[in-house]
Design a protein around this ligand. Sequence first.
Ligand code: SF4
Length: 487
Amino acid sequence: MTRRWLFADQLGPHFLDEPDQPVLLVESRRVFARRRFHRQKAHLVLSALRHRAAELGDQAVFVQDDGYGPAVRAQRERVSVCHPTTRPALRLVQELGVEVLPARGFATEQQQFARWAGGHGSLLMEAFYRDARRRLGVLMEPDGPVGGTWNYDHDNREPPPADGLHLDEPWWPEEDEIDEQVRADLDRWEREGTARFVGRDGPRRFAATRAEALAALDHFVERRLPTFGPTEDAMLRRDWTMSHSLLSATMNLGLLDPMECVRRAEAAYRSGAAPLASVEGYVRQLIGWRDYVYGTYWWFGPDYPGANALGATTPLPDWFRELDADAVEAACLRDVLAGVRDRGWVHHIPRLMVLGNYALQRGWSPQELTAWFHECFVDGYEWVMVANIIGMSQHADGGAMATKPYASGGAYINRMSDYCKPCAYDPKVRVGPTACPFTAGYWAFLDRTQPLLAANPRMSRPLLGLARLSDREALVEQERARGSAPP
Ligand code: SF4
């Protein structure tokens, strides 16, 4: 049996061939000197790695303080690894002569994705998702999808209830002496200048061991999955978790296999414990969206992260880069940026429709934005963020993934959240002191990118609207004057 090298995102039991397989774990501190991460992300990853090392005991060689190369070369046995999740990590293991096995931790393998993508003219997520449902036999009956319909999106776009969701607290981990040691080490490295962090320290909020992951999954399926669907796209100022699973960071550490979560959710539907719309919405996020962004990361090739079809080159302003939420007056952006600062996590709609939307409107560099999301989010890894930001959020791939840019004005945020009422701005106003920066930014974005988007049939109506604006000139001038200042 080879010694299995487990990267810090391969920590679950399914990355071993046998439960007693010898293991190599490497905690390479150089990563933190090379690149700045959210403090709570650094904590979570180190905590998970050290907990795994403690669980495995003598079964694992746990190398700290050393680079990957010396740690691998020091092993007497042959070393194998499950296909790493990113190109730089794949290059590294290949250079070190490590045996590379197929990837684990995804429901669709790269070759399966490539077969699907090669046979389709356009890479629509919905088509991929249906193919995965059929192939994996998830929520299927002999004659088609359960309930006769593939997609319950129309049931899953409700605005937030005015008086909140009234859910129990989510499952939270209890920190232990390993977390205490991690916190002390991170403090020391920062003092010594060997690590740089962004964001605030805080209690660990995400599962870092297999036992914790299973407890968090149980809790989600029993208490939150039933209400997940209808409000999965909604945002509430005083409820950052809503019905979300809070399992993405744990799954991206490899502590849960997506298919075990899917099977649990499906069983909840079949036993009558959760409605189909909620279960389908959750399943879509796992074997649809998650595998789709993983597949496209590899499918589109090494040049994809550099794509910049809309010519967006403005650097990220310091207030955004440094998570300075207090500098922001716009209620939605202020709250979402504070969420990133305080937790390293906000759910998919604040990411796409607040943070990503704001950056898209202002022509911020998609490469800088991808790096920012990777650094600031506890569940952010290169394979996750490239497709999400370059393709989905910033339309930097010119439409290879999404048929039109995800730009929208304040009306969307107003409909899907409770942010606008107490805000100093008005989502209906385009020009003037109360002009909503999202509404004004939306039209300024169309004005700037019109030559690039004119050929897109899905943009003809918005561009017609732009042509009819009576205050277009004043609006463009206003947004030019606003520049990169916090809104
Ligand atoms: Fe955000 Fe505009 Fe609504 Fe204020 S008015 S919360 S800036 S969308």
